[in-house]
Write a protein that binds this ligand. Structure first.
Ligand SMILES: Nc1ncnc2c1ncn2[C@@H]1O[C@H](COP(=O)(O)OP(=O)(O)OP(=O)(O)O)[C@@H](O)[C@H]1O
Length: 364
């Protein structure tokens, strides 16, 4: 099931002209304030009728200006989760959940069942409570459950974590990962937090000034130097998948990636588990010779693919196995090391860069 979007809409002083596809999984719509994210989401939800374009989920066409077709919001099968949970305060959690179910009246075989959704989101112990007696993170989990129980073809999430503090975000992220991996739906997720993109996205659509600047899988987009100015210097970095190889006696966890072995602080998961790692460009040093007597645990053989000058230094894209790592070095170092495409190097990852907060299950 794939969401495909082609849209053109003009406000005074702003033109949205965007086309992209979002497969099953979680596609983050990312971009600076005013780039058109909400306009896209509103067009998909049916809250805005675009001047021209076509929006479809699989074979179901939601909007097609060429045919004069435009489905109203309640006939789109779109589950919508907002920044604030918008639960009904006078209803219990259970009643809130069933409201989505009841409202659409689209039961039947493919219906998500209350018990399954409650399990997926870990909200069984909350069913009798009123929203006022929930934490912000719990409320968002209930709002997710309500959206899921409306049997959507598609989930839209407009900065669902933006109103939560970091502790509540951390609490809800694992549930979003499960939803992404188990719901089998396209999820279009608006965010301007790079950490959320790195943690949750399977695909990324970067919007700037109403057009799609870059789009593709999260690993490809985040390792694209063209994306660095949009993410910001200290947020630029690659995302890669690793497999837990073993738990070490000294408390570290050994990970396997195609290019070699990484050691990270203990990750509580069994060998074989796939993890997603975020490796910030500023945490990767480059050595042109074999290293001895260095405290860094993680040194990976790699090859320079290309170099890009940016405001904050030179971004070096490194091929490591079939994965890509980004490193930021000063122009002076790039010159001194004579870095050039094709050159074999060692990527030195500072162990701290693979911190627990940046580790999530793989997805996609
Ligand atoms: N109803 C409207 N009438 C006129 N201009 C609008 C309208 N809605 C949005 N715009 C303009 O369209 C542009 C894109 O707005 P949009 O809300 O889609 O951006 P965004 O990426 O979601 O931003 P943010 O991250 O700040 O929410 C902005 O310049 C905004 O002022």
């Amino acid at each position: 099931m794939m969401l495909s979007v082609r849209l053109r809409h003009e406000f005074k002083g702003f033109v949205l002209d965007a086309a992209f596809e979002a497969p099953a999984g979680l596609t983050v719509l990312f971009g600076p304030s005013g780039s058109g994210k909400t306009t896209v989401v509103n067009a998909v939800a049916g809250l805005l009728r675009p001047q021209s374009g076509r929006i479809a989920v699989g074979n179901d066409v939601l909007t097609d200006s060429a045919q004069g077709l435009w489905l109203p919001p309640h006939r789109r099968g779109v589950g919508y989760v907002f920044q604030d949970s918008r639960l009904f305060p006078h209803l219990s959690v259970r009643q809130n959940l069933l409201f989505g179910h009841w409202f659409t009246g689209r039961g039947g075989g493919r219906a998500a069942h209350l018990d399954d959704v409650v399990d997926l989101l870990g909200i069984g112990h909350l069913l009798r409570r009123r929203p006022a007696a929930l934490s912000g993170g719990e409320r968002q989990r209930v709002a997710l459950g309500r959206a899921l129980l409306s049997h959507p073809r598609l989930l839209l999430m407009d900065e669902p974590l933006a109103a939560l503090d970091q502790a509540r975000k951390d609490e809800i992220l694992p549930y979003l990962e499960r939803l992404r991996d188990q719901a089998g739906l396209p999820i279009l997720y608006v965010s301007h937090a790079a950490a959320e993109v790195a943690r949750l996205a399977t695909h990324v659509v970067m919007l700037t000034d109403g057009i799609v600047a870059v789009a593709g899988s999260v690993s490809r987009v985040l390792s694209d130097p063209a994306v660095a100015p949009l993410l910001g210097q200290d947020q630029t970095g690659a995302v890669l998948t690793a497999r837990i190889a073993a738990q070490e006696p000294d408390g570290l966890t050994r990970l396997a990636i195609p290019a070699g072995t990484l050691f990270v602080p203990y990750v509580a998961a069994p060998p074989g588990t796939l993890l997603r790692l975020r490796i910030l460009a500023q945490d990767v040093m480059i050595a042109t010779e074999e290293l001895h007597g260095i405290s860094a645990l993680n040194v990976i053989p790699a090859r320079v693919r290309d170099l890009t000058d940016t405001a904050g230094g030179v971004l070096v894209r490194l091929d490591a196995g079939n994965q890509t790592i980004l490193s930021r070095v000063t122009a002076r170092s790039a010159t001194a090391l004579k870095l050039a495409p094709g050159m074999p190097v060692q990527a030195v990852l500072k162990a701290v860069s693979v911190a627990p907060g940046t580790i999530g299950v793989s997805g996609g």
